[in-house]
Design a binder for this molecule. Structure first.
Ligand SMILES: Nc1ncnc2c1ncn2[C@@H]1O[C@H](COP(=O)(O)OP(=O)(O)OP(=O)(O)O)[C@@H](O)[C@H]1O
Length: 236
């Protein structure tokens, strides 16, 4: 579904992605993890066409994304920090995005909007919202067009425990429909019971891509933070 082949990216003298090759398939929920500055967001932005690799290429459903912008219709993206026009209300922002995507044949999925009870806040202006409410708007927009691929950059950051659970349940539900989800998070406990694969980046290099079950077996640990701690110790 998503294949990256020998992707390289440099910002000035800094090599941010080094020869990344990766295959992500339908029905997988993949955690993209690694230390701050390891290149996770840059890799996501390459996939979205927001950053152009210096070399290498990426395909989505067998099409090279460098030559086909239409593929982006298949992706729902929740950025790490979302920016909305300050003076617009939640309802205006949602209507605006619906308008922009009005040519799309995809049916609208308003389940998350409803689960977060956003319609009761529709009249509020974006600049007046709390950080968590902005995250809820951003998450609801990512799922709104029923995309085949979800890319969620730190989705639970700033969400209260109940909202975080609502979002996780939604991710699970979409996974069971065969969607591909990529999630970055530094809070590994948020990823327990959610992700099936781990992609670990360090200093722009892909250190490993493994299933959670094989990592659990190799380390003898159940919880992801313990699994990762073991791996870090072994590689010191
Ligand atoms: N547009 C840019 N121009 C210059 N340097 C950049 C740019 N975008 C990212 N970088 C640098 O690339 C490196 C990787 O950044 P990136 O945001 O991909 O890391 P990350 O793994 O997502 O980090 P975090 O966990 O902190 O979110 C960092 O050193 C960052 O400063």
């Amino acid at each position: 579904m998503i294949i990256a082949t020998n992707v390289n990216k440099r910002f000035g003298r800094l090599q941010v992605l080094s020869d990344i090759s990766l295959t992500c398939n339908k029905g997988q929920t993949i955690a993209l993890i690694g230390p701050n500055g390891s290149g996770k967001t840059t890799l996501i932005k390459c996939l979205l066409g927001m950053v152009i690799p210096d070399s290498g290429f990426m395909t989505v459903n067998n099409k090279n994304i460098a030559r086909d912008w239409a593929y982006r219709e298949q992706i729902g993206y929740m950025p790490q920090i979302s920016r909305f026009p300050d003076n617009m209300t939640i309802e205006q922002v949602i209507d605006m995005v619906k308008d922009i995507r009005s040519g799309s044949s995809r049916h609208l999925d308003e389940e998350l909007l409803q689960a977060f009870d956003l319609p009761s806040l529709y009249g509020k202006r974006m600049r007046t919202l709390s950080g968590g409410t902005r995250q809820k708007v951003s998450a609801s927009l990512a799922f709104l067009f029923n995309p085949d691929i979800l890319i969620l950059d730190e989705p639970t950051a700033g969400l209260d425990p109940l909202s975080s659970e609502i979002l996780k349940e939604k991710i699970q539900k979409e996974k069971s429909k065969g969607k591909l989800t990529m999630i970055t998070s530094h809070v590994l406990s948020d990823l327990d019971d959610l992700v099936s694969e781990i992609v670990y980046l360090q200093e722009g290099k892909l250190r490993f891509h493994s299933s959670v079950s094989s990592l659990q077996k190799d380390t003898g640990e159940e919880k992801l933070n313990k699994v990762m701690a073991r791996i870090m110790q072994q590689n010191r």
